[in-house]
Design a protein around this ligand. Structure first.
Ligand code: BQF
Length: 295
């Protein structure tokens, strides 16, 4: 039976460290890290995510502001808000919750955020910095996956990591982080996607398998080798009449079957999700420190 990679516990451990850091910033420098969270529209899952982020700020003593805007909000107005937040010295991090409604051009919005406040790591400048191995904000879920592996005592160096999914938010950046010539990385990385021929051939080569396809049941037991480490990034709502809300969260991995072959596996919920929020807090604190040239 596989060891459970407890993202909730690792996230809490990191948040304890960060709480001390935030207290120190306040005492030594009179600096309170501040995050602005912008939500456009009423997407149910997005509302939960935004709430999780605000709650994490409160727990750490990080200042946060929420902007909840109607679904038909105009792009120009949103760009004006971002410009205002770029100029606001109390705000060190700006997060625009994705996905955005279709009248709004996502790329234009993300590019409007000051790269120094881009705590999601989605601005092209930060994406470029990651690509060439220069310091910059790393996207929260990929960075959370790396931290989760390292803090669970799983070696990455020299391992064959197979990523299933090529999104700009998870698949591509996690591959890029783990392939870097850096400690805690140096993996050999394969990216699989919807047009991959014989996906199971590739996933069976994985020492570490990262499932970020966004579809439940993508990874079955036949697709993994004995002893694999599995990181399940999927956050899928599946109907469940026995659950209080009528749905439950499911990952991309058939947990039941795959956990019998894996040496370690992250669950959903309680795996990567909490790490995502924690790395957002990490980036917000970094942004605040950078604004005052601390460390
Ligand atoms: C957990 C996200 C898809 C698309 C956009 C904890 C979160 C989720 C799960 C959370 C996610 C997923 C977020 C758990 C933020 C992660 O206990 O398993 C936290 O809040 N997430 C997001 O902001 O945008 C998404 C997934």
């Amino acid at each position: 039976m596989a060891k459970i990679i407890d993202g909730k516990a690792v996230a809490e451990e990191m948040r304890e460290e960060m709480k001390t850091q935030v207290e120190e910033l306040k005492e030594k420098y009179g600096l309170t890290p501040g995050l602005a969270v912008v939500l456009v529209g009423e997407d149910a899952a997005s509302q939960v995510y935004v709430r999780n982020k605000a709650r994490a700020c409160d727990k750490l003593g990080v200042f946060s502001e929420e902007y909840r805007l109607p679904a038909d909000y105009q792009e120009e107005k949103l760009l004006e808000l971002i410009e205002k937040l770029n100029q606001n010295p109390k705000i060190h991090g700006i997060l625009v919750q994705l996905p955005l409604p279709k009248q709004i051009d996502e790329e234009r919005v993300l590019t409007a955020i000051d790269p120094a406040k881009d705590v999601d790591g989605f601005h092209p400048v930060n994406v470029g910095r990651l690509m060439i191995g220069k310091p910059g904000f790393l996207p929260c879920t990929p960075h959370g996956i790396q931290q989760l592996l390292l803090r669970s005592g799983i070696e990455i160096e020299g391992k064959h990591v197979v990523v299933v999914g090529r999104s700009n938010i998870v698949g591509k950046p996690v591959a890029m982080i783990l392939v870097q010539k850096k400690t805690g990385a140096n993996a050999t990385v394969t990216i699989c996607h919807t047009r991959t021929r014989d996906m199971a051939y590739h996933t069976r080569q994985a020492d570490i398998l990262i499932a970020a396809a966004g579809r439940p049941g993508t990874i079955t037991a036949e697709m993994v080798k004995e002893g694999v480490v599995v990181i399940d990034v999927g956050v899928n709502r599946v109907e469940d009449s026995t659950a209080p809300k009528g749905y439950r969260l499911a990952g991309d991995v058939d947990f039941e079957a795959v956990s019998k072959k894996a040496s370690a596996i992250s669950p959903v919920p309680g795996g990567v999700g909490p790490m995502t929020i924690t790395m957002l807090m990490h980036n917000t604190i970094e942004a605040a420190k950078m604004s005052q040239h601390i460390e």
